[in-house]
Design a protein around this ligand. Structure first.
Ligand code: MNH
Length: 455
């Protein structure tokens, strides 16, 4: 294992006052997580509102599972995402969440996700062509965003004349960029009268995108796809098994947009950080390459290959530990509770700093080191110490979709290219809703020749 460490977010040492935290937060919300959060189980404080940062697996299990009804998603999350994805599965609570989750769950069954593998393999091939055309080096984050957006748009609104992939991609990126600027003000509980720039201007863009999605859904109702069903087909025929309720066009649209918003950038981040880590540690990269080449013999990875690529999967797991795309989650306590012996009052903000959890010294040996062997035996990992997809009833519905897509694309690319770091261009992790590499992930790329394959 390499002894030097991959890039980290600089967590701050002294406690921050509110003004300072606003300033820091504008720059990098993750820097708000104090360094000490990587050494202790819980940390509480007050910045306008009372808050608790929880890094203790037992307390996390209580928040996400055993006492989940007391911890709905925070108002912040809802404020930010509602204009984009309505009261979809991602943000709804209570009965309105439950029926949507029941209706959508079968869509993400193992069988359906496996069947969607062909779309992922095709995206891996197109990424191969684009990367082969790069001039020696390139921003692999952008390449991965393109690839994962192709996947998610091809399994939602694809194959329709009314759906404009590029326009939708642009609308979502513009929206999220606007929302990211304001989110921090909401997290610390700034009063609602403080102007949130950007909340207005996106309304038109989003309106056009929704109208386009609605047209696509109505067209599909009239003429279902003939080949393999995609997420839209599956959700169209889906229903809540208990109430038999089916989704209206608006509900379908909000949920499909939620899949796009929740699913494409997160998976692109997983892939881009994985490529960075493989460039950082060439021995790991070679090990993935040998695993992939031995199995694939030059062909593209398919969903059926995924169980036979265990080391590639370990690299993805370790990437999601070090750079969790959803680097923190937040909840609002509905009523009083106790976490790690500490009093939680109604209205307190409960922050789940996944980034700090995954690097907590009480839970991990050598937490900042890149070591995919940690995941050689998944049973050896405490479930609530590793939460890239959350847990409990609100666990990511797309987790197996994302892992399958990541393994397919990573194994395919590493069997075809060698990636290496460029001096002075290490990516800089920054938290803007997700844990992004500021400025991209620039790597040197060399195609792997047939002769290298044989050697
Ligand atoms: Mn996803 C919820 C992380 C890929 C659709 N996702 C969550 C949560 C995390 C998460 C964490 C829980 C949030 C919370 O409890 O506050 N998701 C990821 C990561 C990846 C990802 C790290 C990729 C890597 N997610 C995907 C993909 C899709 C998707 C792909 C869809 C195709 N995620 C969702 C939806 C939810 C969710 C929908 C909300 C589920 C619910 O609340 O019932």
């Amino acid at each position: 294992m390499k002894t030097d460490l991959p890039v980290r977010v600089p967590l701050h040492k002294p406690p921050l006052g509110i003004l300072e935290s606003v300033r820091t937060g504008r720059r990098n919300v993750l820097e708000l997580i104090p360094d000490i959060a990587t050494q202790v189980p819980i940390l509480s404080g007050r910045t306008v509102k009372r808050w608790h940062m929880v890094m203790d697996p037992g307390a996390l299990k209580r928040i996400l599972k055993d006492n989940v009804d007391n911890y709905p998603k925070s108002v912040v999350t809802k404020l930010m995402l509602n204009p984009a994805i309505g009261d979809s599965l991602f943000i709804a609570e209570g009965a309105h969440w439950r029926w949507q989750r029941r209706a959508a769950a079968p869509v993400f069954s193992h069988r359906n996700v496996t069947a969607l593998g062909a779309v992922m393999s095709a995206a891996a091939d197109r990424a191969t062509d684009r990367i082969a055309a790069l001039p020696e080096q390139g921003d692999l984050y952008q390449e991965m965003v393109t690839a994962t957006f192709e996947v998610i748009s091809d399994v939602t609104f694809s194959g329709s004349k009314t759906f404009d992939r590029d326009a939708t991609h642009k609308a979502i990126e513009t929206y999220m960029a606007g929302v990211a600027k304001v989110s921090f003000l909401d997290i610390i509980g700034a009063p609602p009268w403080i102007p949130r720039p950007g909340r207005m201007f996106t309304r038109n863009v989003m309106g056009r995108m929704k109208a386009m999605a609605d047209q696509t859904i109505d067209a599909r109702r009239a003429a279902p796809k003939k080949d393999a069903p995609d997420l839209l087909d599956l959700l169209l025929t889906g229903e809540d098994p208990e109430t038999k309720r089916q989704m209206t066009t608006e509900e379908l649209r909000d949920n499909l947009l939620a899949f796009i918003v929740a699913g494409h950038e997160t998976t692109a981040l997983a892939l881009a950080w994985a490529l960075y880590l493989c460039a950082f540690d060439p021995a790991v990269q070679d090990k993935v390459r040998v695993e992939a080449e031995t199995l694939l013999q030059g062909r593209t990875t398919t969903a059926a290959d995924v169980p036979n690529l265990p080391y590639t999967r370990q690299v993805i797991d370790e990437t999601l530990r070090l750079y969790p795309p959803a680097a923190f989650l937040s909840r609002t306590a509905l009523g009083p509770d106790e976490l790690c012996g500490r009093e939680v009052r109604k209205g307190d903000t409960v922050i789940l700093p996944i980034y700090a959890l995954h690097r907590n010294a009480l839970l991990w040996d050598n937490p900042d080191a890149f070591d995919p062997d940690r995941f050689a035996d998944p049973k050896a990992i405490d479930r609530y110490a590793n939460l890239p997809f959350g847990d409990g009833p609100r666990i990511c519905i797309g987790a197996s979709f994302a892992v399958q897509e990541s393994v397919i694309i990573l194994a395919t690319l590493l069997s075809r290219f060698r990636f290496s770091l460029i001096d002075g261009r290490a990516p800089k992790p920054v938290m803007i809703l997700t844990l992004r590499p500021e400025g991209g992930v620039w790597l040197k790329v060399e195609p792997i020749g047939k002769q290298a394959l044989a050697a």
